[in-house]
Design a protein around this ligand. Structure first.
Ligand code: CAA
Length: 380
């Protein structure tokens, strides 16, 4: 057991921390307030090779490990949670399944430009009637010669309004249930592909998501990702990795809340002393710091297992469950440290509460994580 990061892991942490301090923290409140897509920041993520962190260099990525990815996700999300999830979707949900299940020709065309950050990807699993029950896909793909005709819709697709391509899950054989699901890589300029304006959300307001519709949309059979009917496993194993990214995002949000609470506690006075001199505040800060460290250990354990190529469904679910609920607790406590000012839009404390909340919902709600954990614990 070794808790010491490698030199490259330390370098990534320092580089992303500096980037967040310079480019993200000064802008995050403005982007949130105006629901503004952080275009410049996304461009710089690409320049820093952060849009394909664990993708091999051969396919346009940085060729680093998943611990580097988790460290970078934490720092970027510490600066701006919206930028964090934009990064996470391109890395974990779009690039990772193509890396694992794509052919070399698909990687050349659909992975390399995305890992280099020249293009942006998204992941289409969620539908109005298939959220937690991901196997209940209603989007249908029907074979027609060497093409598939796709009809249906997806919603809450993060990066959807800006994406150049989507890993799109469809039902190719309804009778087969979860064994009838098949993903395709679909460019968003395909005829019959229509997207709605960005969703209005409680938090992560600068990370745009949208509903999209597919009407008689024809996709070449060569764009199928993996084998026909294997899509549910593609989705689940992708989410095993994605949940590490979201858990690291939650860590970053919690760190932002804690660091700001620590600073404020040394500026604000009550009863004739700085509030950090009151034990009530000291205990809150101690609990927050302890919970963040506990969550980080879970996140890094899951990342190490992913790097080893070991199945890590349970460890990722534990990391996501604990880190997301921890982030909400920590962000709420930080707001409490700020008192009335915490409720003001002039401070970032309320944004961290709103941003933390989504981490308990997307890429599987806390209830889904508990299903995954208990199912893995109790299987024969
Ligand atoms: N890896 C590989 N295979 C897996 C797997 C995994 N992690 N998990 C399950 N499978 C396999 C099982 O082995 C089983 O295979 P067989 O049929 O060969 O035995 C098959 O998949 C079915 O498994 P289950 O019976 O466990 O499936 P289920 O229907 O009970 O569903 C679930 C399980 C955990 C509830 C799943 O539906 C789930 O994770 N739901 C949540 C979906 C989700 O997270 N959506 C988020 C959308 S993306 C998003 O949020 C993006 C964003 O905005 C940022």
């Amino acid at each position: 057991m070794n808790f010491e990061p490698s030199e490259i892991q330390k370098d990534i942490q320092t580089m992303t921390r500096e980037f967040a301090a310079k480019e993200l923290i000064p802008n995050a409140r403005k982007w949130d307030e105006h629901h503004e897509w952080p275009a410049e920041a996304v461009k710089k993520l690409a320049e820093l090779s952060l849009l394909g962190v664990a993708v091999p260099e051969k396919w346009g990525g940085a060729g680093l490990d998943n611990v580097c990815y988790a460290l970078a996700m934490e720092e970027i999300s510490r600066g701006c949670a919206s930028t964090g999830v934009i990064m996470s979707v391109n890395n974990s949900l779009y690039s990772d399944p193509i890396m694992k299940f794509g052919t070399d020709a698909q990687k050349e065309k659909w992975l390399a430009p995305f890992a280099r950050g020249e293009k942006l990807g998204c992941f289409g699993l969620t539908e109005p009637q298939a959220g937690s029950d991901a196997a209940a896909q209603q989007t249908v793909a029907v074979k027609k010669g060497d093409r598939y005709v796709i009809n249906g819709s997806k919603n809450w697709i993060t990066n959807g309004p800006k994406a150049d391509a989507i890993v799109l899950f469809t039902m190719t054989n309804k009778e087969a249930g979860h064994k009838g699901i098949t993903p395709f890589i679909v460019p968003t300029d395909t005829k019959g592909f229509r997207r709605m304006p960005p969703d209005k959300k409680m938090g992560i307001s600068a990370a745009w998501s949208c509903t999209m519709y597919f009407e008689d949309m024809e996709v070449p059979a060569e764009n199928m990702l993996g084998k026909e009917g294997d899509g549910f496993k593609v989705a689940m194993s992708t989410l095993d990795g994605g949940r590490i990214g979201i858990a690291a995002q939650a860590l970053g949000i919690a760190r932002a809340a804690l660091e700001e609470a620590v600073r404020y506690s040394g500026e604000r006075k009550s009863f004739g002393k700085f509030i950090r001199e009151h034990q009530a505040i000291q205990f809150m800060l101690a609990d927050m710091a302890t919970e963040i460290d506990a969550a980080r250990l879970l996140v890094h354990r899951a990342a190490v297992l992913k790097d080893k190529g070991v199945r890590h469904s349970q460890e990722s679910a534990m990391a996501k469950l604990y880190a997301s609920e921890m982030a909400s607790r920590v962000a709420n406590k930080a707001l409490q440290v700020f008192g009335g000012m915490g409720y003001s839009k002039e401070m970032d404390a309320e944004r961290h509460v709103r941003d933390a909340r989504i981490t308990e919902i997307y890429e599987g709600t806390s209830e889904i994580q508990r299903i995954v954990i208990s199912a893995n614990m109790l299987k024969d």
